[in-house]
Design a protein around this ligand. Structure first.
Ligand code: ADP
Length: 542
């Protein structure tokens, strides 16, 4: 016997209808590519998304077609997301920071039919155009622009396109397993791989991340997603903001510390999300300007490990509680978030701080385990380290275009991370499998060493890598970038480790460099550092 309740497909179009109907006048603020601020609201985003979806149909686009975006976080991008997914097409967010060859590979691999782009990315578009084999429509995100028209014959202008759409368009009722969006991993090694999300997986992820024990979102928040919409769907925030009716503040191209501090203060942002490199710049700007980031109650840090000193700076100087979160493109992306349980409410300060440093617990819908090299599950005792695997409603099964599943035989996704998990489910990332430092058969977490190195006020950024060593195979060394005007010494930095890690884990050397190479999502490119600095110890011995 079946139950007798209404059956509705879980669809992205319902999100925007809800926001347009019940949070109509809630503001959506965005920094335009030209620098000015645009103000609109959920009612306009909903109406524009419907109109744009019908306009895309008029262009000949069909359900299932991939429609790419090469864009900052702004109101047009938001409208495109809902128009494309709501209409049954697949919104493919492209990362403009990729090398042009990777960008071309991804567009062709996804067989994108149309591409929306912001003015900033004109050079990328004109340079790559002849190699983009499947794109029929180039759509400029703005009004008519003579310069763009001259550089790209046949270009369509967003503001004209939308005018041709119908006000009476209604969303199609789709199967909830219809794909809605496509994101590629940033491919630090090899070609990027695509995760094809469904309406259902995205909706379940949206419910889960909004919950109090995850990101704790509501219509009372003013949310600033600094994390780009092209980085794992801005961690799901545009969808969750529509579900909860939050106010959104979209930073456009202004991702420097000063612009972000300005936006937070002017727009009274209560919650902001981004990767550690963004927060580093923001903290430096706030310090310089004297801003107290008065309204910012919480920030979410993910993408790479947040250093303990960064979490402490937000808490102690700005009264801002950090939610440390972990995820991957393959997990939509949120896999865990660090919120405390009721039983931890009265923990002593130190114990509380310590608990908040890790990456947190999985929300309902995600299950985690750690395994040894034979795939045998390891205990969740908070001490044993193992390969982190996950499964759940919004975890990838098969990469886009692949025939076979990427899961283990018993149905788990191997994350490529090494972690511990405790009995309450709190997970701590120790490292990426390929970055962990293997010294004489023992593992040393590069994350731990980096956290200590950057707690030195004279260090702006630090990476710990395994350098070749004749006796121990690898020994840890620190590659550090000095803070502006500071002159830290190698000995001073090494001394920081003395009472914080076991003696054999103390780095053998510190090498100063001008800049650490970052990938398209702001992560340190450790493979490049190993190529450049891997021989440091061997050279010092000769
Ligand atoms: P890519 O794998 O292409 O770099 P992702 O953005 O999907 O792109 O990266 C996922 C990886 O980022 C995770 O497997 C993990 O190694 C790392 N990561 C994400 N969040 C955190 C975090 N809070 N702490 C440490 N590492 C993290």
């Amino acid at each position: 016997m079946l139950g007798a309740m209404m059956k509705q497909n879980l669809l992205i179009s319902d999100l925007i209808e809800h926001a347009g109907k019940y949070h109509a006048d809630t503001a959506i603020i965005s920094r335009e590519t030209a620098g000015d601020l645009n103000t609109t609201n959920w009612a306009d985003v909903a109406a524009s998304a419907r109109k744009l979806s019908s306009a895309l149909e008029n262009l000949g686009l069909e359900q299932g077609d991939r429609v790419a975006t090469l864009a900052w976080n702004n109101h047009r991008h938001l409208k495109i997301w809902f128009a494309v997914s709501g209409g049954g097409m697949v919104c493919h967010t492209l990362n403009p920071r990729l090398f042009p060859e990777q960008f071309i590979f991804i567009c062709n691999d996804a067989a994108d039919k149309a591409i929306f782009f912001d003015k900033t990315f004109m050079p990328l578009i004109t340079g790559a155009r002849e190699h983009l084999r499947t794109i029929k429509h180039f759509i400029y995100m703005g009004g008519h622009d003579a310069e763009v028209a001259a550089a790209l014959p046949g270009v369509v202008f967003f503001d004209d396109l939308i005018l041709g759409g119908s006000d009476d368009y209604t969303w199609p009722d789709l199967d909830e397993d219809t794909p809605c969006s496509l994101c590629y991993t940033s491919g630090t090694t090899g070609n990027p791989k695509g995760a094809l999300y469904t309406n259902r997986s995205t909706m379940l992820h949206t419910f889960a991340i909004s919950l109090p024990d995850c990101l704790n979102l509501s219509s009372q928040e003013t949310i600033l997603p600094v994390v780009p919409m092209f980085h794992a769907n801005a961690w799901g925030i545009p969808y969750a903001a529509a579900m909860t009716g939050a106010k959104l503040v979209m930073p456009g191209p202004g991702l420097d510390g000063d612009s972000l501090v300005g936006l937070i203060d002017e727009q009274q942002v209560t919650l902001a999300l981004g990767v550690p490199t963004i927060w580093m710049m923001l903290l430096a700007s706030a310090e310089k300007s004297g801003s107290k980031l008065e309204t910012l109650r919480r920030n979410v840090i993910g993408g790479s490990a947040a250093a303990p000193s960064m979490i402490a700076a937000f808490r102690e100087k700005y009264g801002c509680e950090t939610i440390h979160a972990w995820g991957m493109t393959e997990t939509s992306p949120v896999g865990t978030a660090n919120q405390i349980k009721g039983k931890h409410l009265h923990l002593e300060d130190d114990a509380m701080v310590n608990l908040r440093l890790g990456q947190g617990r999985p929300p309902f819908g995600i299950d985690l385990r750690i395994v040894d090299e034979t795939g045998k599950p390891l205990p969740h005792d908070g001490k044993t380290e193992g390969a982190l695997q996950c499964r759940g409603h919004w975890v990838v099964d098969t990469y886009f275009g692949n025939e076979s599943s990427s899961l283990t035989k018993d149905g788990w996704f191997d994350t490529g991370d090494v972690s511990t998990i405790d009995a309450d489910g709190y997970m701590v990332i120790r490292d990426r499998t390929k970055d962990i430092i293997k010294s004489g058969g023992e593992w040393i977490s590069s994350v731990d060493l980096e956290g200590i190195a950057v707690s030195h006020p004279g260090v702006a950024m630090a990476a710990a890598i395994g350098a070749k060593h004749p006796k121990w195979d690898e020994r840890p060394i620190i590659i550090a970038v000095k803070a502006d005007g500071a002159e830290p010494t190698e000995d001073e930095i090494i001394a920081m480790f003395a009472d914080k890690v076991a003696k054999w884990q103390i780095p053998d050397a510190v090498v100063f460099t001008d800049a650490i190479p970052l990938n398209g999502t702001g992560k340190m490119l450790k493979n490049k550092l190993r190529e450049k600095f891997g021989d440091t110890l061997v050279k010092r011995m000769t």
